[in-house]
Design a protein around this ligand. Structure first.
Ligand code: ADP
Ligand code: ZN
Length: 616
């Protein structure tokens, strides 16, 4: 008799079905982390809240219960541009999937409606604005619905960075589908956002599943901005054979950066809301389908991009908040291989963002919240010890050891005694009546005879020329750090003039000493391993590796899908290691399920057989 005590994993009545589906459809051996628990809760009809970092495997959490329960699973996703890809990926697995959004013709929609009513669709992706239409809701009510998954559920948070008005109406799904379990999923969630999601979506006593938000394979670096484009180029030179994303603040910056990189022989494509929908689609598709592409983009790009081998994410400016930063950098390394998050930020970012917040005509409370988010992020940028610990603490995981995989861990920054120069700076700001910006203040300190100095007679000030011992960059670094530490602020009412806070007094009076971070030029970057994509292919394996990839690329082109949708790099690596020679050997590999075996198995077996033939 089966002793269930020894099989706690399979104690749920549907556990064996779920596992068998995982193995046959997806080609994976075991569930990861909380996947099985989430699936069981949903199968039992509970509402669930799933908080897992990018790459943890959220999709399977809703796909498997949707497939095992009776009826069609509805997936609400804000990402119209990606629905085709999401559906294609499922079709590859033999799952009957479709989507419903504004890109479909009336006829296509009718067809889907009929298929759904006949129970011929397993999973349907729907945009929030579409499902909120009464007509859509009404006909969906006539279909059997197995589950409703609300992806990117943090979009419901009004103070979050991805707020979508349509998400607020999703609470009505409870009335329309009172007996259907709902699952909210997100990779971004502070404690506040978590409760907000459950509240706004009116989840019914949701079972909450949280896995660690750590992404140990991502290496975090922050460097101070001096010559941003050159700094970027230096970074990319160390990542030549890889693809990744470079985030810029404005459309103009996207364009100029993409041109700068293209002129230097790199394949860099722009992406921002100012491009035509066709152009955006084209560039996105090249990024997903080709190798070694650099996407230079505003944050309009990236949510939901499930390209597994994005090897780096560079921020050319300060992101909007820790949440935004974590989500954006989280797009790197979904496959678990080494990946880089590199931020280049400087004083101008601080000035620009502070002014932006101050000048907006949003409510005071909103502004205060934005300001606080900015301060938190600035504090993080200026850290002198492990970056990962506070990042995780921010997401509610306070314990842990220094990570050993961030710039500060790998090369602890030097500090210097900045008490005297800081006092000089503060008195100079005071002497300038707190009416002048950074550039002029530094000119006065360094005793520069600029036009403005002449115009205002500032050469007569007692602080003129008292700071010649520091370079302009060193003064900028000091200003930046004093802003972050709250001794000075950028006064938006006076066009960005530097002004003193109350805490400046104790520093001026000599009651405080100040140790600050010494800015270095670009930190030394580890060279990625040689071989393709940092995946550690040895020179002897290079030919086979390239042949397997060529086979994958040819199939991808033939079916018009991205190569990773055929098989991930990890599956190709297993082919190289294990040399399957039969269909059943092939089925044992991670990522090879029944449908993919049938479609692609023999093509890859042939490549492997040719290789053995060639070397023997
Ligand atoms: P998320 O939506 O959480 O970012 P995905 O659902 O896209 O993550 O999954 C990330 C990757 O992990 C995908 O390539 C997926 O196929 C893979 N994956 C998910 N679950 C498993 C599992 N149990 N075993 C092996 N690979 C898995
Ligand atoms: Zn660290």
């Amino acid at each position: 008799m089966l002793n269930t005590d020894n099989h706690p994993k399979n104690s749920h009545p549907a556990a064996n079905h779920a596992l068998s589906l995982l193995q046959h459809t997806y080609g994976y051996d075991d569930f990861r982390g909380e996947q099985q628990a989430v699936i069981e809760a949903a199968i039992d009809g509970h509402d669930t809240l799933v908080l897992m970092p990018t790459g943890a495997g959220k999709s399977i959490c809703y796909q498997i219960p949707a497939l095992l329960r009776q009826g069609t699973g509805i997936v609400i996703s804000p990402l119209i541009a990606l629905m085709q890809d999401q559906v294609d990926a499922l079709l590859q697995l033999g799952v009957r999937a479709a989507f419903l959004n504004s890109t479909l013709s009336g006829e296509q929609q009718q067809l889907i409606r009929r298929q759904m009513q006949q129970g011929d669709i397993d999973l349907i992706y729907v945009a929030p604005e579409r499902i909120n239409q009464p007509a859509t809701l009404n006909w969906l009510c006539d279909c059997a619905i197995s589950l409703i998954a609300i992806d990117e559920a943090h979009c419901v948070s009004q103070w979050g960075h991805d707020f979508r008005q349509d998400y607020l109406l999703l609470n009505q799904l409870k009335q329309y589908f009172p007996t259907v379990p709902r699952m909210a999923l997100t990779a971004t969630a502070t404690l506040v956002t978590r409760s907000e999601i459950a509240l706004r979506l009116e989840l019914e006593q949701p079972k909450t599943f949280v896995t660690s938000f750590d992404r140990p394979n991502i290496h975090y670096t922050v460097s101070q901005k001096s010559e941003p484009k050159k700094q970027l180029l230096r970074f990319l030179t160390a990542h030549r054979e890889e693809s990744g994303i470079v985030y810029c603040l404005s459309r103009k910056q996207v364009e100029s950066t993409a041109i700068f990189l293209s002129d230097r022989g790199l394949t860099a494509l722009p992406y921002h809301a100012g491009l035509s929908a066709d152009q955006r689609k084209h560039n996105q598709s090249r990024f997903l389908r080709e190798e070694q592409i650099i996407m230079v983009a505003t944050v309009a790009f990236g949510m939901g991009i499930d390209k597994p081998d994005v090897r780096f994410v560079v921020h050319m400016n300060l992101p909007k908040s820790m949440e935004a930063y974590y989500q954006e950098t989280g797009r790197a390394g979904r496959d678990g291989n080494a990946a880089y998050a590199h931020m280049i930020y400087g004083l101008e970012d601080i000035v620009q963002l502070s002014q932006f917040i101050d000048r907006s005509d949003a409510a005071l409370e909103f502004k205060r919240n934005e300001k606080q988010k900015l301060d938190t992020l600035l504090g993080w940028c200026e850290l002198t010890d492990c970056r990962r610990l506070p990042l995780l603490a921010y997401f509610g995981e306070p314990d842990g050891n220094a990570c050993g995989n961030c710039d500060n861990c790998m090369k602890p920054p030097e500090t210097w005694d900045a008490t005297e120069p800081a006092r000089k700076l503060l008195s100079c700001i005071y002497r300038l009546d707190q009416r002048f910006g950074v550039m002029h203040t530094i000119d006065v300190l360094r005793g520069k005879a600029s036009e403005k100095v002449e115009q205002f007679g500032h050469a007569q000030l007692s602080t003129f020329g008292i700071g010649a011992e520091l370079s302009q960059n060193q003064w900028r670094s000091l200003v930046r750090q004093l802003i972050v530490r709250g001794f000075i602020f950028v006064n938006a009412d006076r066009y960005g003039a530097l002004a003193l806070t109350d805490s400046a007094r104790s520093l001026l009076k000599g009651e405080l000493a100040l140790q600050l971070r010494k800015d270095t030029a670009q930190p030394k970057l580890k060279q990625p391993k040689s071989g393709s994509k940092g995946s550690g292919v040895s020179p002897e394996d290079e030919t086979l590796w390239n042949n397997l990839r060529e086979c994958r690329k040819a199939l991808a082109d033939q079916f018009n899908i991205p190569p990773y949708m055929i098989f991930h790099d990890a599956t190709l690596m297993e082919m190289m290691e294990l040399h399957p020679t039969t269909q059943s050997d092939m089925l044992k590999l991670n990522g090879v399920g029944d449908a993919k075996l049938e479609k692609y198995g023999s093509a890859f077996l042939e490549v492997l057989a040719d290789h053995i033939h060639a070397v023997s």
